[in-house]
Design a protein around this ligand. Structure first.
Ligand code: NAD
Length: 252
């Protein structure tokens, strides 16, 4: 570990921190010395289950709730790092998906990411900092059957690049990561996934789904956290406006 890849004394915000990629990133930040963590999730029990050193603020609520950000804004002043990560899955082809479902996904994945990013940028404007937005390869490669999800992820990647251009002079770097398949709980929300799990078990389902990935497997949350921490860290001090694809070759 180079000293540049170290978070000693830093403060960081992580949304969707109770599970999967967000939980792995929160643990990795704490392990690398982060002194003050702000963790946001709708899953309070999941946040409580995280055993982390240092000062940890657990905020139970939705990233899509404007009042949450209004209340959190003053508490985040001087923030060093932010991971805009909370997200939900969605299934169904564009022709048949309801407007209500479209809006449900956009409310969290796009509006929630916008409010998280905006609040983080305001908190960093005096001293600079770094942000990573969690997008997805489905925002790059059109994958049938997940329209609103893929559109929301294309949008947040572009939002990260706009924010990078707008905030470079303030010393704020903004990057995105576009994961391919990662073995997390988000898949449980898909009807096709749960039907296959019921038929052949979870491990076999993940293996079957990973067949379209050249490396032949889904990633772990810890692998994503490693790449995220690199982008957040001073080791990536010259990198901003970048969308890092980490997908085992899925987009090849
Ligand atoms: P996950 O389900 O394990 O974690 C998502 C977390 O977000 C959960 O703790 C959940 O409670 C929280 N959350 C959901 N809605 C929320 C809301 N409105 N407000 C606050 N918290 C909320 O899934 P994950 O795979 O770790 O997902 C993290 C991010 O990674 C998401 O943005 C997801 O779209 C993205 N992603 C995941 C994959 C994958 O294959 N798992 C691939 C590409 C991108």
């Amino acid at each position: 570990m180079t000293s540049a890849y170290c978070f000693t004394g830093r403060s960081a915000l992580v949304t969707g921190a109770a599970s999967g990629i967000g939980a792995a990133a929160a643990k990795a930040l704490a392990a690398r010395g982060a002194a003050r963590l702000f963790l946001v999730d709708i899953d309070g029990a999941g946040l409580d289950a995280l055993d982390l050193p240092g000062e940890v603020h657990r905020i139970v609520g939705s990233v899509a709730d404007e009042a949450l950000w209004q209340a959190l804004d003053p508490r985040l002043a001087g923030l060093d790092h932010a991971l805009v990560n909370a997200g939900i899955g969605s299934g169904g082809p564009i022709a048949s998906i309801s407007l209500a479902e479209w809006r449900r996904v956009m409310a969290v994945n796009l509006d929630g990411a916008f409010m998280t990013l905006a609040s983080s940028l305001r908190a960093m404007e005096q001293r600079g900092g770094s942000v990573v937005v969690v997008a997805s390869v489905t925002g790059i490669k059109p994958v049938p059957g997940i329209g609103p999800y893929g559109v929301s992820k294309a949008a947040v990647a572009h939002m990260a690049r706009i924010a990078a251009a707008e905030n470079a002079k303030q010393g704020i770097r903004v990057n995105a990561i576009a994961p391919g398949g990662v073995d997390t709980a988000i898949w449980e929300s898909g009807a096709d996934f749960t039907a296959l799990v019921a038929a052949i078990g979870r491990e076999a389902t993940i293996k079957a789904m990973a067949k379209t990935t050249p490396l032949g497997r889904f990633a772990t949350s810890e692998e994503m956290a490693d790449s995220i921490l690199y982008l957040l860290s001073d080791a990536a001090s010259n990198i901003t406006g970048h969308v890092m694809v980490s997908d085992g070759g899925f987009t090849l």
